[in-house]
Design a protein around this ligand. Structure first.
Ligand code: NAG
Ligand code: NAG
Ligand code: NAG
Ligand code: NAG
Ligand code: NAG
Ligand code: NAG
Ligand code: NAG
Ligand code: NAG
Ligand code: NAG
Ligand code: NAG
Ligand code: NAG
Ligand code: NAG
Length: 535
């Protein structure tokens, strides 16, 4: 770290000495939100937690997971609202209810189906305690459609768990319900199909309507106050993608929203697969074009469903499906990807992203408990979540709009944030890959000095300077030593609470010269510039 600090200091002094940099054709930043998103709804930075691992993440009433709550609170402090939590995923469609089970969950792994999560699952009544451990947090609960529609135990599970879920989520904790995860893959799933090849949108719609009507009639008995329009509704259809065996546009045309209870159109997204050939940090994740390409199909679908007037979210998303790849999804480069991905989504009018999490998942933002596979702790992607929240600012207090500022290379991107119509912040990502180790061997430091890029922005005339906050690590391959503006959120320090490190440079500023400001950004790092105005 000491070595990289001096590199940082050099980069900063060259920023002030190199007046020539003002000659680089600056990126013009509009003073008002031209070509920007509509105002971003609250809790844009949200999470999805794999159903089977929710008790690990949240704990229970006697053992609440305070580490997780600290991490959620950090984001809440920046964003004005704590992240919303979707509890769901593949395992929601395996979970059957066992009223005599003492534990929250009894999950059995079948390595032929998945090494990463159990595929035979019973939940007991105490599973629902996990909804009571994090204050001021809204949740969605995922009911089982996979085993729900043609399996007696599955249907009984639906009827029996509605009262438990609604009581746990009463008093304003319910965001929406969800019925079924990725039903577009039900007849083709590589973890084992749960529907015949004839499975289509029409059958899906009839089963979804049948099940959600059963949920509503159970609610009317157990939690009647949760059947009003204000409190009752769903995220749907939770398809894995935009172009699988079932198509969302067809499902809506087949009257999926017949009961007018869909509050969020939720589709999932992954940039690529964990074991997909050719997937690399630079080519797949630290690549703005790759993110633009991945999101383009969502924008087309969102536009085609615009007639519904329902907000479009990514209800489950992360870097690489199948729980991420070691060395890619758990490295600092994935944090940089997460910042670009989320800000791009925000700039394009995706209303929220739920970053998916699970115990031992390679792409997880944090590991909530110690296991024999993974140490408990805050992982690099979390620092990306923090930087996004810092860029968005307090969404509960301000009308925030994000616009993309096109840059020449696909290994860089920039965004502007407007609060109540006024430019306040600029984010710059330099995603050129820099390894601090050679061939992933931490004992061999990279002898090649870390390059940097200078970015120049032409600012509104009343701006006099910028405060510079950096998202930093020793390289894109770093899996520890990550900081945001000198803050660490590591478990080892204060159990995830923000701790200002004394050994990282903070408090940098740059002044506006001839209407422009220049900032140097090391390869594999990002900055947020906060505008300073003359009074
Ligand atoms: C900076 O401080 C943190 C927290 O005390 C420590 O973990 C880290 O090793 C320090 N880094 C260096 C390079 O001294
Ligand atoms: C339900 O839980 C009880 C208590 O642990 C156990 O004896 C029983 O076998 C379980 N049933 C199933 C179907 O797993
Ligand atoms: C609560 O969590 C603790 C720690 O994981 C566990 O030992 C205990 O059995 C749990 N209680 C219930 C009711 O599940
Ligand atoms: C957990 O589930 C497995 C597989 O269904 C079963 O064999 C075992 O008895 C269950 N344990 C409990 C405590 O219910
Ligand atoms: C809804 O599904 C359940 C379980 O498969 C079934 O028993 C019931 O008849 C269905 N209701 C309608 C109206 O299709
Ligand atoms: C019923 O569920 C089983 C697996 O649980 C699946 O193999 C079968 O295709 C389903 N049948 C129908 C008609 O959906
Ligand atoms: C609830 O929503 C439905 C469908 O949008 C509508 O028909 C009904 O009038 C609403 N009821 C109330 C009380 O707002
Ligand atoms: C970046 O992603 C785009 C779109 O997927 C792809 O065409 C391009 O080859 C990628 N760049 C690299 C260096 O892999
Ligand atoms: C790791 O932990 C799991 C779950 O507690 C257990 O089933 C497994 O046997 C353990 N493996 C080793 C190698 O200790
Ligand atoms: C609007 O933003 C998009 C995305 O960055 C860009 O491609 C387009 O050129 C911009 N349009 C205008 C008029 O600035
Ligand atoms: C790194 O890997 C390359 C290609 O396998 C090899 O040629 C090189 O010697 C390795 N460098 C070190 C320092 O191990
Ligand atoms: C960084 O390291 C990875 C893994 O060793 C390697 O594939 C990649 O080419 C390296 N990138 C650079 C820019 O050296």
């Amino acid at each position: 770290m000491a070595k990289s600090l001096s590199v940082l200091a050099l980069a900063c002094s060259s920023l002030f000495s190199g007046l020539a940099q003002a000659q680089i054709s600056p990126v013009v930043v509009n003073s008002t939100p031209v070509n920007a998103s509509a105002p971003i709804p609250e809790a844009f930075v949200s999470f999805s937690i794999e159903f089977a691992f929710f008790p690990d993440y949240a704990g229970n009433l006697s053992h609440p997971n305070r580490f997780s709550d600290n991490l959620l609170q950090n984001i809440g402090s920046l964003m004005g609202t704590k992240p919303h939590i979707r509890v769901g995923g593949n395992t929601q469609d395996y979970a059957l209810y066992n009223a005599s089970l003492k534990e929250a969950i009894n999950g059995t792994y079948n390595l032929a189906r998945s090494a990463d999560y159990p595929t035979t699952i019973y939940i007991g009544p105490s599973f629902f305690e996990s909804y009571r451990t994090w204050p001021n947090t809204k949740f969605s609960h995922g009911f089982n459609l996979g085993l729900g529609a043609n399996n007696t135990a599955g249907w009984e599970t639906l009827l029996e768990t509605v009262p438990l879920a609604c009581k746990a989520l009463s008093g304003g904790k319910l965001l929406v319900w969800e019925y079924g995860n990725e039903p577009d893959l039900f007849s083709t799933s590589s973890q084992g199909p749960v529907r015949p090849p004839s499975w289509n949108e029409q059958t899906y719609v009839s089963q979804w309507l049948n099940g959600t009507r059963a949920i509503k009639s159970q609610l009317a008995k157990a939690c009647p106050e949760m059947t009003s329009n204000a409190t009752y509704g769903y995220m749907s259809p939770s398809f894995a993608g935009t172009n699988n065996h079932l198509k969302a546009a067809t499902a809506f045309a087949d009257n999926l929203d017949a009961d007018e209870d869909i509050k969020l159109i939720s589709i999932h997204n992954y940039i690529g697969g964990a074991t997909q050939p050719g997937v690399t940090l630079q080519g797949t994740l630290m690549n703005h074009s790759s993110t633009v390409h991945s999101i383009s199909a969502h924008l087309a679908l969102r536009n085609s469903l615009g007639y519904t007037g329902i907000p479009y979210i990514l209800g489950e998303t992360n870097s690489l499906y199948n729980e991420g790849a070691p060395g890619l999804s758990n490295a600092f480069g994935a944090a940089l990807w997460g910042v670009d991905f989320n800000l791009w989504c925000a700039s394009q009018g995706i209303k929220r992203t739920h970053m998916h999490q699970g115990t031992d998942y390679r792409y997880a933002a944090w590991q909530p408990v110690a296991t024999n596979k993974t140490t408990i702790g805050t992982k690099p992607p979390y620092y990306g979540n923090i930087a996004v929240a810092a860029m968005l600012g307090n969404l509960a207090q301000h009308s925030v709009q994000i616009s993309n500022l096109p840059l020449p290379s696909e290994f860089e991107s920039a965004y502007a944030a407007y609060e109540n119509g006024r430019l306040e912040r600029i984010a710059v990502l330099n995603m050129r890959e820099y390894n601090y180790t050679v061939n992933g061997t931490s004992s061999i430091p990279n002898p090649v000095p870390r390059p940097s890029q200078t970015y120049t922005f032409q600012l509104p005339h009343e701006c006099v300077g910028v405060a510079i906050k950096r998202l930093y690590a020793n390289g894109s391959d770093a899996v520890s030593g990550i900081t945001w503006d000198g803050w660490s959120y590591n478990y080892e320090l204060e159990q995830g609470k923000a701790v200002r490190l004394q050994n990282v440079t903070t408090g940098e500023t740059a002044s506006v010269k001839r209407g422009s400001v220049s900032v140097s950004v090391e390869d594999s790092s990002a900055v947020i510039l906060e505008l300073q105005r003359s009074r």
